[in-house]
Design a protein around this ligand. Structure first.
Ligand SMILES: [Zn+2]
Length: 172
């Protein structure tokens, strides 16, 4: 019984790592871009990750996220920093300045240009990857943990399909 609980909690912690990483990525991506449709897409994707986090914490306990390790599914490096296009000053996206402390350029000098197609490409690839991780975790769990992990896998598979549909529409 102890072993089973341990396995379930390992599977949940692994899934938590993926969800925390997704949430971190979408929050940073939302803060780094200016184009409204791209912002809205990232915001919506981030909101879904926040819901998944709440569901996982309800089963794994509120402290489980501390043990979570981010699996490297999401391109965090692409959004963690912003760079002033006038002078090259680099700032953390989380602390994007309203004015460049080096050259005085306005905030927009730091905003990243991520095309809407690129945003949906990222969503399609990462959500599919994350669904695979949830499926693998579900296979190692039992009971409510397994049920939840399977539900999250289906959600992300659905989200990846939705992203593909958005991409197809943008390309026609
Ligand atoms: Zn600057």
């Amino acid at each position: 019984m102890t072993l089973k609980v341990g396995k379930d909690s390992d599977a949940l912690v692994r899934a938590l790592g993926a969800v925390v990483e997704g949430l971190t990525f979408y929050d940073l991506a939302n803060a780094a871009v200016a184009e409204m449709r791209v912002k809205v897409a990232f915001e919506e994707l981030g909101r879904r990750k926040k819901e998944q986090l709440a569901k996982l914490e309800a089963v794994a306990g509120p402290n489980a996220a501390h043990a979570a390790v981010m699996p490297g599914i999401y391109p965090l490096d692409a959004v963690a920093k912003v760079e002033c296009y006038v002078c090259g000053f680099v700032a953390d996206t989380k602390a994007m300045p309203n004015q460049c402390p080096s050259c005085g350029a306005a905030r927009y000098a730091f905003e990243k240009e991520i095309a809407l197609t690129k945003a949906w490409e990222i969503a399609s690839e990462t959500e599919r990857h994350s669904a695979v991780l949830f499926r693998e975790s579900a296979a190692r769990a039992a009971g409510p943990a397994r049920t939840l992990l399977e539900e999250l896998a289906r959600e992300d598979e659905g989200q990846a399909t939705l992203a593909d549909r958005q991409l197809a529409e943008l390309r026609t």
